[in-house]
Design a protein around this ligand. Structure first.
Ligand code: HEM
Ligand SMILES: [Ca+2]
Length: 758
């Protein structure tokens, strides 16, 4: 294929970019879009010419399926059933260690794919093949894993010892339901069941997402519930979007814009309630296509830049280089902002024993992500952390700083608890391991039950055991984050965002309130005064209530979402709809079917064919928007459902979220409850971790003096605010090498009383 110079520059950039990102891979991770499309077209044509009857491996699939026994462990990643779930037709299930692998089929993959590629039923077939191929054929021979490494790798590789690249940063996102692109493989989903164009996202947003009156607040959830959702989800998903020449941002609404194959901008309808009539276009750039999947080369996939495991990558980064860059380099600490001695925060402001911190805020990062940098203002700077989105809003900045400081305090206390002097790296790694365990514990036991409710927590086996170990690891489960989860279901949290970012002083007086649109990409509100604002932000987060997670989105994000072009603000929930189409997410009903929930066939009032989880008034609105229930975008259908009595989402999002968090837990060899000798904690240690609550992390990692026990729920008589001194701190003596006693083994090494390694 001939390319013009701009296209060459583009693909050079992508190739150069990819080299740093996928060291074990000699193929570029990111492909030039034009090249990709041309390849895909060729493939489709070939496949259409060569279409033949289904291949004979189907009989194997059927046989394997018949072998499946619900009560045993014969399961494969995505096809893993949960009680009550239907099996999607076409999934391959097989016994682990089955030897029925035909290497001949493995070597013959590309022609095979060509044959299976095409119409919908054949895509389904490819899905079966994809599972089969991944389990039987992929060798991943180049990857050498040390199963005795106590610590997880930075990029997630070798978590799964049989398939070392599962869940790794910069690999493709997975899917629960096969993609539905316009042309079957690349163009965004744009047409409905009757062949008419799907409605414009901004039109849908105006009809369904625009609040009628003032913000409806949650009954009992604090803004911290929203903020935790955002912070935690940045640990598991980040989707890169396509870039222009030399990595520049593509502007699809500019005069000459829109020609790029990566543009998929949104139209603004006439007489829009917010955007003036001279604006007709909202910028939208398509997500970067992933390396064509070896398993399924015909179909456009998206990338996840971060590790799919809930492994602290939001704090520590998703590659070795990034993690190295975030280390202070001594005493196991994370880097903080350098500052001259005179500007250091005086010691009385901090609780002992932090002696080694420089300033109390995160280290300085590159200037580029931040919008306004008042040059020369010492307190206004762009931070760096494990996740590049740290500067997006102050509520996020507060949690990033909290966890950096929590890590540093713990590293110091861990050093003090031990008479064996650990190296800085060992201290860093063990602290990272404990902090990650706490991140998992808080998310699964405090945060998630409030999202999907108790019944779903039990159904998907998400609660931790109350005490002790619970070895849930299953190497057949693939933790990889799925497209429907990242591009739709978990974006429910955008509805919890309020219009203001605030601060409260130690008397819980709200002394500052800033419209959220003035805080986007402006870290100053958080970084000012060497981070003295951070406890004030935290107090606001665990005191004020979040917005209700309903179908309404505040103007701060629905009309005024940041944009690098000043004044050209965006609509976040409308972007969510467009992102789903960009990623080829099938419609709402396809996911209802997959979740074994009733499928809606009409927009009628309550009857067996109507939308069974929508109020009639929401159904009527959907009827005005869509021609058929099959056309409903997943984000729209999910966010407008009646929510569960003890959760903040409806049944469809609860199903996708429950299933995804199950994959993340069961598919993680380093899950904190696993009883594994070298990679796991001791019984005493696990029990210590299980005592930790988010409120305690806040007490330990900031200058806040009192907080209610459940910080995600507003203070009340059942959840009263208590002094931090009342909260037990994690007892790091459980990490102490005993001072007297015989030899003992810890972290896979045997020690003796005098501290030497035997
Ligand atoms: C002030 C708070 C927040 C802001 C300003 C914000 C903004 C954004 C933006 C601009 C995107 C990219 C949209 C796109 O181009 O597709 C995004 C993605 C996303 N957001 Fe938020 N968000 C916030 C809070 C939350 C919360 C509370 C949650 C969940 C509880 C959440 C979940 C997600 C998810 C899952 C994605 C997709 C990430 C990816 O694939 O890269 N966000 N958000
Ligand atoms: Ca991660």
């Amino acid at each position: 294929m001939s390319m013009n110079s701009e296209q060459h520059a583009h693909s050079d950039f992508l190739r150069a970019f990819s080299q740093g990102n996928s060291p074990q891979d000699d193929m570029p991770t990111y492909w030039d879009i034009n090249e990709l499309v041309a390849n895909l077209k060729k493939l489709t044509q070939q496949s259409l010419q060569q279409r033949t009857s289904p291949p004979d491996f189907m009989s194997d699939v059927q046989k394997d399926r018949n072998d499946y026994d619900r009560d045993t462990n014969f399961r494969i990643g995505e096809s893993m059933p949960v009680s009550g779930d239907n099996f999607r037709q076409g999934f391959l299930l097989r016994k682990p260690n089955s030897n029925s692998v035909s290497t001949k089929r493995c070597s013959n993959t590309s022609t095979f794919f060509a044959k299976t590629f095409g119409g919908k039923s054949e895509v389904m077939l490819s899905e079966i093949w994809k599972e089969w191929y991944r389990k039987h054929c992929k060798t991943e021979a180049n990857q050498k894993c040390d199963e005795n490494n106590r610590y997880a790798s930075a990029n997630g590789s070798c978590n799964n010892l049989d398939h070392p690249s599962l869940g790794v940063a910069n690999s493709n996102q997975g899917r629960y339901v096969p993609a539905e692109y316009n042309d079957g493989f690349n163009e965004p989903r744009s047409y409905g069941k009757y062949g008419t164009k799907l409605p414009e996202p901004r039109v849908i947003s105006n009809m369904l997402f625009k609040p009628q009156k003032s913000t409806k607040l949650s009954q009992d959830l604090t803004i911290l519930h929203m903020a935790w959702g955002q912070f935690m989800i940045h640990d598991v998903i980040k989707t890169p979007i396509s870039k222009g020449v030399k990595g520049s941002d593509i502007q699809c609404c500019d005069e000459n814009g829109g020609n790029s194959p990566d543009c998929f901008s949104l139209s603004i309808p006439p007489n829009d309630p917010y955007f003036s009539n001279d604006r007709r276009c909202l910028n939208f750039v398509r997500s970067l296509p992933g390396k064509p999947d070896e398993d399924l080369p015909g179909i456009r996939e998206q990338i996840n830049e971060v590790t799919s495991f809930l492994d602290g990558s939001v704090i520590y980064g998703s590659s070795e280089e990034q993690m190295k860059d975030l280390k202070m380099g001594y005493k196991g600490l994370l880097a903080t902002k350098e500052c001259p001695f005179s500007q250091r925060v005086s010691n009385f402001m901090r609780k002992p024993p932090i002696e080694t911190e420089g300033c109390r805020t995160l280290a300085k990062g590159p200037d580029t992500p931040c919008l306004v940098l008042s040059k020369g203002d010492y307190h206004d700077y762009c931070q760096k952390s494990g996740d590049k989105r740290v500067n997006v809003v102050p509520n996020l900045c507060a949690l990033h700083n909290l966890f950096m400081r929590y890590h540093n305090r713990m590293a110091e206390r861990l050093a003090q608890a031990n008479f064996i002097s650990w190296s800085s790296d060992q201290l860093f790694e063990e602290t990272r391991k404990i902090v990650t365990a706490i991140l998992q514990h808080v998310t699964y036991n405090e945060y998630l039950p409030l999202v999907i409710g108790k019944k779903n927590m039990i159904k998907y086996e998400l609660f931790s055991a109350e005490t002790g170990f619970d070895t849930v690891y299953n190497k057949m489960v693939d933790a990889t984050v799925k497209n429907s989860f990242g591009a739709a279901a978990f974006r429910f949290g955008h509805s919890q965002i309020t219009n203001f970012q605030s601060r409260m002083n130690s008397q819980y007086y709200r002394y500052s309130e800033t419209p959220i649109e003035q805080t986007f990409n402006r870290p100053r509100m958080c970084t000012a005064q060497h981070g003295e604002n951070i406890p004030d932000l935290l107090r606001w987060l665990f005191t004020d209530k979040s917005a209700e997670a309903d179908r309404y989105f505040e103007s701060g994000v629905r009309d005024k979402l940041f944009s690098k072009q000043q004044g050209k603000t965006l609509d976040l929930p409308a972007i969510n709809i467009q992102r789903g189409r960009d990623h080829g997410l099938p419609g709402y009903n396809a996911f209802r079917r997959w979740c074994n929930l009733a499928v809606g066939y009409s927009f009628g009032r309550r009857n067996t064919w109507s939308l069974s989880d929508h109020s009639y008034s929401n159904t009527r609105l959907l009827r005005k928007i869509y021609r058929h229930p099959d056309d409903i975008d997943l984000f729209v259908g999910g966010i407008s459902e009646n929510y569960l009595t003890d959760g903040v989402v409806g049944p469809t999002f609860a199903c996708i979220i429950g299933r995804q968090f199950r994959d993340i837990k069961l598919g993680d060899r380093f899950w904190y409850e696993n009883k594994f000798t070298v990679t796991g904690f001791t019984l005493d240690q696990v029990n210590e971790i299980k005592k930790v609550k988010l409120s305690q992390v806040i007490c330990e990692g900031s200058d806040v003096n009192s907080v209610q026990e459940n910080a995600l729920k507003a203070p009340s008589s059942e959840n009263p605010r208590r002094e931090c001194s009342d909260f037990p701190n994690i007892d790091l003596n459980k990490w102490k090498v005993p001072a007297n006693g015989e030899t003992f083994t810890i972290f896979g090494k045997t020690y003796q009383k005098n501290g030497g390694i035997v």
